[in-house]
Design a protein. Sequence first.
Length: 235
Amino acid sequence: MPSKFMLCSFKTCPWVQRAAIVLQAKNIAYDITYIDRDHRPDWFLAVSPHAKVPVLVIDGKDALFESNAIAEYLDETVPPRLHPENALVRARNRAWTDFVPTFASTISNTMYTDSEEEFNAQAAKIAGPFGKLEEELAKHDGKGPYFNGAALSLVDAAYAPFLQRYTFTDRLRPLGLIERHPRLAAWREALLAHPAVKASTVANIEAVWQENLIVRQRWLAKFVSKDVIGAALIE
């Protein structure tokens, strides 16, 4: 019998979006439950050892946590496989997914700064990870538009949410960084246009993300239109 999946999320969480992209890419039906990050319910804490999202509840009884573990589980149990069939290429893909936390932290640390000085200092650190990915993508020339070629992979699912968050940040306060990395820029465009990525968030994700900056009183919020207040209530 097919399993029933329920994904636990915050509306703006990129790590949950990673799992949702995999679910969408595989055409897996799932429910999603949004919880309040400031008032996490007891039932959620009981299935999330680190009190973090995402959590994937399977058939109402088994729960998986951590986005990488969820993505790997789904790829092993539900066809079609998003990992490459070649073992060496698959191992290299996993190595690049291991780089995601480093990549993600440079972007998140920039988004959530408290001053212009801190913003500029953190933004300068994005160039390093961008350069590493540009070098890797150069080895894939002619294989695009995705990391391994024509088919979306788990690597794509892992990076797409953070390239999206970079894009949201860049629209508020232009950084001029991704333009120096044409292969990365092309990969970003392909990922954000993919149907699985588009369907992996609430429809108004950019406005909800902007409102979150206001709620968290981050410096970047000064560039947000006050018209987005209440966006999280609009589905």
